[in-house]
Design a protein around this ligand. Structure first.
Ligand code: ZN
Ligand code: ZN
Length: 351
């Protein structure tokens, strides 16, 4: 089967991979739609700490598909059912796993990270994924290219919850890339009265406007603190989401928050980034909350699928390219160019 293969220390190649064989407690899922993530691009450039040198995996952790075959001992699932699969499997017995937070397990394993993923035709779903409720039936009517976005949306569900976005809030989102836009739409759905998009790219800000941002700031032309001071009469905003990996923005974000404001550091810094010294007095004097997030848990994933099915979040707005799986190499070229929004692969039959 066609696959995007990554070998630690060697890099990316496209080729033939043998179809996976499943055990009696496992599922075989035929991929219908799967997206390329910033994490995939990071792995191609820098490898991943969970991979051994020379280890090869099929990339891809954002996917939906249809059950091709269910193992003999698998109860409750059958061939032909459409499913979405959340990628992060925990060890199953630590404190985080006991709370259903596989994404927070120190010993997690994930599709397309340290085991074969979805940028191919068939994926083996191990028993642990079923035990941890990572497999969710797809609500009717979800298109494969939309369902593929449930995983990144689940990360935004996690981040927006941590930032406690509430009714009437003013929310600033730094970065109008795909994750920034998903955060903006979700902030609006969560009751934000104003959603202010910040970027240095006018085309992306235009997109932000189209998906409902109430204001846009090109921070190359206008300093954000000045805009916020004028627009809020010096009060500041309630929530800042940093969806762009620029350490310098941390200080700026603390400065534009109102008392009791919340900052979510949604994007991680590039590996080896030095970070910046931080004056933490704004946290002290303004009673701020600083939080972060990594991935989403099984219930965040189910929430994301529901939001897509109910058309509360228009995930299609953040997709710039849809390729058939046979053109996976072109799809990666587009994603690696860094100039696209979300790039999605779909099975030929699903187009
Ligand atoms: Zn991802
Ligand atoms: Zn665990």
């Amino acid at each position: 089967m066609i696959a995007a293969l990554y070998t630690q220390g060697k890099g990316l190649r496209f080729g033939d991979a043998p179809a996976p064989v499943i055990g009696d407690d496992e599922l075989l899922v035929r991929v219908e739609g799967t997206a390329i993530c910033g994490t995939d691009v990071k792995i191609v450039h820098h490898g991943h700490r969970k991979l051994r040198d020379g280890q090869t995996i099929i990339l891809g952790h954002e996917f939906v598909g249809v059950i091709e075959r269910a193992g003999a001992r698998v109860a409750g699932w059958r061939a032909g059912q459409r499913v979405g699969v959340a990628p992060n499997m925990g060890c199953g017995h630590c404190e985080m796993c006991a709370r259903g937070l596989g994404n927070m397990c120190p010993d997690y394993s994930a599709f397309g990270i340290d085991r074969d993923g979805s940028h191919t035709e068939l994926v083996r779903i191990p028993a642990a994924a079923l035990a941890q409720n990572l497999v969710t039936p797809l609500p009717a009517g979800i298109q494969p290219q939309d369902g593929a976005l449930a995983e990144p949306l689940s990360c935004a569900v996690n981040g927006i919850r941590n930032a406690r976005v509430a009714s009437g809030d003013r929310v600033v989102v730094y970065g109008a890339g795909p994750m920034g836009l998903l955060n903006m739409m979700l902030a609006a759905v969560s009751g934000a009265a104003e959603v202010i998009a910040v970027d240095i790219d006018d085309a992306r800000l235009k997109l932000a406007e189209q998906i409902g941002a109430t204001a846009t700031i090109n921070s190359k032309r206008q300093p954000v603190p000045q805009w916020v001071a004028e627009h809020t009469r010096g009060r500041g905003v309630d929530v800042v989401i940093c969806a762009v990996p620029v350490p310098q923005l941390q200080q700026e974000a603390l400065g534009i928050l109102a008392p009791f404001g919340r900052l979510c550091l949604f994007a991680g810094w590039p590996k080896g980034a030095a970070g910046v010294p931080l004056d933490t007095n704004p946290i002290h004097y303004k009673n701020l909350v600083v939080t972060g997030m990594t991935g989403g848990c099984a219930s965040d994933y189910a929430t994301a699928l529901r939001l897509i099915a109910e058309r509360k979040i228009n995930v299609a707005a953040v997709v710039s390219d849809v390729f058939p799986l046979s053109r996976v190499e072109e799809a990666y070229a587009a994603a690696l160019s860094g100039k696209r929004m979300k790039v999605v692969l779909v099975a030929e039959a699903a187009r």
